[in-house]
Design a protein around this ligand. Sequence first.
Ligand code: SAM
Ligand code: SF4
Length: 338
Amino acid sequence: MNYQPAKPALIDPHGRAIRYLRVSVTDRCDLRCVYCMSEDMTFLPKKDLLSLEELDRVCSAFVAQGVRKLRITGGEPLVRRNVMGLFDSLGRHLKSGALEELTLTTNGTRLTAFAEQLKSAGVKRVNISLDSLDPGRFKTITRWGNHAEVMDGIRAAKAAGLHVKINTVAMRGVNEDELGDLVAWCGSEGFDLVFIETMPMGDIDGDRTSQYFPLSMVRADLEQRFTLDPIADNTGGPARYTRCAETGGRVGFITPMTHNFCESCNRVRLTCTGTLYMCLGQEDAADLRTPMRASATDELLTEAIKEAIGRKPKGHDFIIDRRHNRPAVSRHMSVTGG
Ligand code: SAM
Ligand code: SF4
């Protein structure tokens, strides 16, 4: 990569430099994880989606405003047709040095086909979601998933030389008894592991309060078996990391519910229809599609981005509403991509 000093950043009203854009390229998915979606989802009509060229244009406008890290997500990003074309074209910002990192979050089902191409596009790290090592349980959690396919995908990513981080949603009574095995397995494979708490986003079929498992308890359980030493590593995300003395691997915890992770938030999220959410846990949003389509040049788009960042809230208001069992934020995680 050519070294380029970072461009001046977009600064929000709370003094935080916005260097990180997460982009959901589709709301569709080939799985139906119980905490994320209901089985019978209504997806956006395809005509409402930004084209891949438009997604490139918005991402590039953010890069021109000092964004250094792009994460492609979804829904499942690898089910979007020709998505590799987007990775290839965004790769030019890595080559120029304007962008530090291009990465993705995936459920892994299509990595066997795409791992090599991702690597060629300049992707170095990939986050892969895996909530269980047991095929039957994996099926129960994802409803439609094929465990072997995902494990093959994970192996393909490793073989392609991608650095793998596993994301695991910790769920009480669902996978709580195998979280230690996941720590051991990731350690032996050389993968980072990050545990996530269930967040109250979007209607799902089940009872969310019964799944909620505070990571403070997960960590206390794990510490019966492992020594987890806090480390200062910061990968630019909200995870707090530890080093597992027994495996040598990194184990992180993202605790949006029990810990206020907002103070260092450097990110905003774009949906596949061009709506920008300034906070995962708030409804306020900005439409970037209209200003982008209104002109062939980027002045209106850039103005809209600046105006939106000027409204970034200080933090989220997540709470699991136990009386009404209602999501605190009505949109699903698959809309904003987590
Ligand atoms: N389909 C891809 C995947 O599963 O990795 C990318 C999108 S998915 C929405 C991104 C991450 O959000 C996944 O790690 C998933 O486990 C997590 N997630 C989805 N819904 C969630 C919820 N309600 N609470 C916490 N994490 C959630
Ligand atoms: Fe799909 Fe990812 Fe949501 Fe699971 S968590 S349903 S894989 S978008």
